[in-house]
Design a protein around this ligand. Structure first.
Ligand SMILES: [Zn+2]
Length: 324
């Protein structure tokens, strides 16, 4: 799983959207849409690119960055070479399409205690839908107080800049120190990719780099979930009795990563570690009855987990949809 060729392939695949986006010349970059002079007075209805989940004073808004076509779900989302038949059987059992499907991208906005925090920023560039869907959700980029980045992959950092400028100009930018440095230094002498150059290195002065478990904003802390990348961090939100875990890519695939202990994803830098981390975080989420969101889970990507009879196996239960 750590063989160099497959890692290179994975990075290539992963980077396709983000690299294209970040490398897009200024002229092709999507212009920032003009902000409406006054917020719309029409009640906002869930489903138009965003989904708002409220629990007392906490509001989580999943804001889709869109979806990318995915020709084959395997082996990307269940990469263990010796378990392909097992994964295919699970997809068939649940009626989940294995071919001609899509990959979702789901940044999350947290409103808590008068502070607004955006977790991950989508792909950016011409493909990214985050800005359009934030607008639909009535969330102005200028209203974001804090941006947190779970890890340095292009589909999570690509939206940090738009046309070479910070997309969220008023926001504190926060990321784990070791994760930031891992990407900013480059790996094994390989050239640093454009998404990292344009979105992390270019904004370095705006970033507050935190240690594992550090506070992101009041009530919001990072949770180390290494494996997908060496210093990946998920996000724990606490509001009274309510807790939510924004997994980022520590969730992996909404069916295969939960159903099959030991399964890893092709983009996991260390597959075995990623699988161990998933076991720990899933057990905690179930044990503490948390809400959960997964960045690549199908929109609206928010729900609960439950334990299955098989040791170490879990199931994702999407939330019961509400229109408002
Ligand atoms: Zn991702």
């Amino acid at each position: 799983m750590k063989d160099r060729q497959s890692r290179r392939d994975a990075l290539k695949l992963l980077g396709a959207a983000g690299i294209a986006a970040a490398a897009a010349p200024l002229a092709q970059a999507q212009p920032t849409p003009a902000a409406p002079a006054t917020p719309s007075s029409t009640p906002l209805q869930n489903g138009n690119g965003f989904y708002r989940h409220t629990a007392g004073p906490l509001t989580l808004t999943v804001v889709s960055d869109g979806a990318a076509p995915l020709a084959e779900l395997l082996p990307t989302w269940g990469a263990n070479p010796d378990r392909q038949a097992e994964f295919a059987a699970t997809l068939a059992e649940y009626g989940v399409a294995a071919t001609n499907t899509v990959n979702h991208f789901n940044p999350v906005v947290v409103d808590l205690g008068g502070q607004r925090t955006l977790i991950d920023t989508g792909r950016g560039g011409t493909g990214g839908q985050l800005l359009a869907n934030l607008r639909r959700a009535g969330i102005l980029p200028l209203s974001i107080d804090t941006v947190f980045i779970t890890h340095g992959h292009g589909d999570h950092i690509g939206g940090l800049t738009t046309g070479g400028r910070p997309t969220f100009p008023r926001a504190r930018h926060v990321m784990g120190r070791a994760e930031f440095e891992y990407w900013a230094q480059g790996q094994n002498g390989q050239p640093i990719g454009d998404p990292v150059k344009n979105n992390l290195i270019a904004l370095r002065d705006r970033f507050t780099l935190i240690e594992p478990g550090g506070e992101i904003a009041p009530g919001i802390t990072s949770v180390p979930t290494p494996g997908h990348t060496p210093h990946h961090q998920s996000v724990l939100i606490r509001s009274g009795q309510d807790q939510a875990m924004v997994l980022g890519d520590a969730g992996g695939h909404f069916l295969l990563s939960l159903r099959h202990p030991g399964a890893y994803v092709r983009f996991d830098v260390d597959g075995a570690q990623a699988a161990r981390t998933r076991q720990e975080i899933f057990a905690r989420i179930v044990g503490e009855k948390m809400w959960v969101t997964g960045y690549h889970f199908p929109f609206p990507a928010i729900g609960r987990l439950r334990r299955m009879d098989t040791q170490g196996a879990y199931e994702y239960e999407p939330t019961v949809w509400r229109w408002s």
